[in-house]
Design a protein around this ligand. Structure first.
Ligand code: 5GP
Length: 121
């Protein structure tokens, strides 16, 4: 059983982007989430879809988050389609530092625009 990161009163990087305190290229925004281009893209399309509710990791989601998580999946698909890659895209959630997570505010990576090998590294 993993324990969540220590709670912090400080805003996450993504909360600051949502609040327009840090600039980002925004490709989508609605009441529940924001989509921004990754600052260090790994593919021609690399968008981060971020819930406005700042849960640290996917494993911190609770049953009340079910609709929000579904919204993110459907919105990610719509964004991939809008970017021209509705037929071939990858959604990634890194959960925990050992899985590659570096920003502890849940986000989906939407990656497309080049051949994507499996398994990922
Ligand atoms: P993680 O490693 O947590 O799964 O993904 C965090 C992502 O956030 C990385 O792909 C990284 O490039 C991206 N990132 C980090 N800082 C910034 C930033 O200030 N702006 C944007 N747009 N992306 C960022």
């Amino acid at each position: 059983m993993s324990s969540p990161p220590a709670p912090s009163a400080a805003k996450t990087l993504f909360e600051k982007i949502i609040a327009r305190e840090i600039p980002a290229t925004i490709v989508h925004e609605d009441d529940l989430c924001i989509g921004i281009r990754d600052i260090n893209p790994t593919a021609p399309v690399h968008i981060l879809l971020i819930p406005k509710k700042p849960m640290p990791r996917l494993c911190d989601a609770v049953p009340e988050d079910q609709a929000l998580l579904g919204h993110l999946m459907l919105k990610a698909t719509a964004i991939a389609e809008a970017e021209g890659y509705g037929d071939a895209y990858r959604l990634v959630v890194n959960n925990g530092a050992a899985a590659g997570q570096s920003v502890f505010h849940l986000h989906l990576h939407i990656i497309a625009g080049r051949p994507l090998k499996w398994p990922p590294g």
